[in-house]
Design a protein around this ligand. Structure first.
Ligand code: NAP
Length: 248
């Protein structure tokens, strides 16, 4: 028996990177998976096909996670197509880094909307479904910089710290109904998001990591699987760092 047989998962921002690895991991343990991304493009379609080829039900949806009404609409569609939602992974995220003295209002608003408001949007929309089912697991993608801060990332680290507060409050509010909420704080994970950083910054990050390597999307997906499954049935309101020991 696979860990997630019969479960329905929603993963936001899953056309590539960590979200894609999570969708594939959950499917490999038997979950049916709805993925969302900004557009239903070639990348989203390729993930949808890969999931379907694994023998699970899968569908990709175009949805802007930062938009409240768009999110309500897509969650309604997912429930219509899949019947229920057992696992929600709030993964969609962006960076717009810069020194605070030069950070624009647009840089601030975009990062807070996509990273933090999206967690409210999706959790708000999915919560009645899980409440009715009397169970569910919500996993929010924070970051080590949400725990410890980072120069030139005031917007990003504020969004990721906000996710931690949100996760802990949701855990306290919805635990009574068997709905668990936890956060993952990845460190330096090799994706397109970190590939955009200058080589010297990437090198200096690696030197700070006790395991002396960047993480892989699969490293994060494995912890997501743990939090999505009943292996973590008594884990609620926690933040798990997946950072090779960088944050201790
Ligand atoms: P990524 O490679 O840039 O992928 C992000 C995904 O989110 C993309 O598919 C992107 O879609 C999607 N997305 C962006 N804005 C969206 C929106 N408004 N609505 C729906 N989807 C949207 O990033 P990643 O490295 O996989 O990161 C995934 C999550 O982990 C993020 O929350 C990130 O902050 C967090 N994280 C990453 C690291 C790291 O080292 N990589 C570390 C800590 C935390 P498009 O393809 O259309 O742009």
């Amino acid at each position: 028996m696979k860990l997630l047989e019969g479960k329905i998962a929603v993963v936001t921002g899953a056309a590539r990177g960590i979200g894609k690895a999570i969708a594939l991991k959950l499917a490999s343990e038997g979950a049916s998976v709805a993925i969302t991304d900004l557009a239903y493009n070639d990348a989203a379609q390729a993930v949808e096909n890969e999931l379907t080829a694994m023998g699970v039900k899968a569908k990709a949806y175009a949805s802007n996670a930062a938009d409240y009404s768009d999110t309500q609409k897509v969650v309604d569609e997912i429930v219509k197509d899949f019947g229920r939602i057992d696992i929600l992974v709030n993964n969609a995220g962006i960076t717009k880094d810069g020194a605070l003295k030069r950070m624009t209002e647009d840089q601030w608003d975009a990062v807070i909307s996509v990273n933090l408001k999206s967690v409210f949007n999706f959790t708000r929309a999915v919560q009645p479904v899980m409440w009715k089912q009397a169970g569910g697991s919500i996993i929010n993608m924070s970051s080590v910089v949400g725990v410890s801060g980072n120069a030139n990332q005031c917007n990003y680290s504020a969004s990721k710290a906000g996710i931690i507060g949100f996760t802990k409050s949701a855990a306290k509010e919805m635990g009574v109904r068997g709905i668990r909420s936890n956060a993952i704080a990845p460190g330096f994970i090799e994706t397109e998001m970190t590939a955009a950083l200058p080589e010297e910054i990437r090198k200096s990050w690696n030197e700070k990591i006790p395991l002396r390597r960047g993480g892989t999307p699969e490293d994060v997906a494995n912890v997501t699987l743990f939090l999505a499954s009943d292996l973590s049935a008594y884990v609620n309101g926690q933040v798990i760092n997946v950072c090779g020991g960088m944050n201790t």
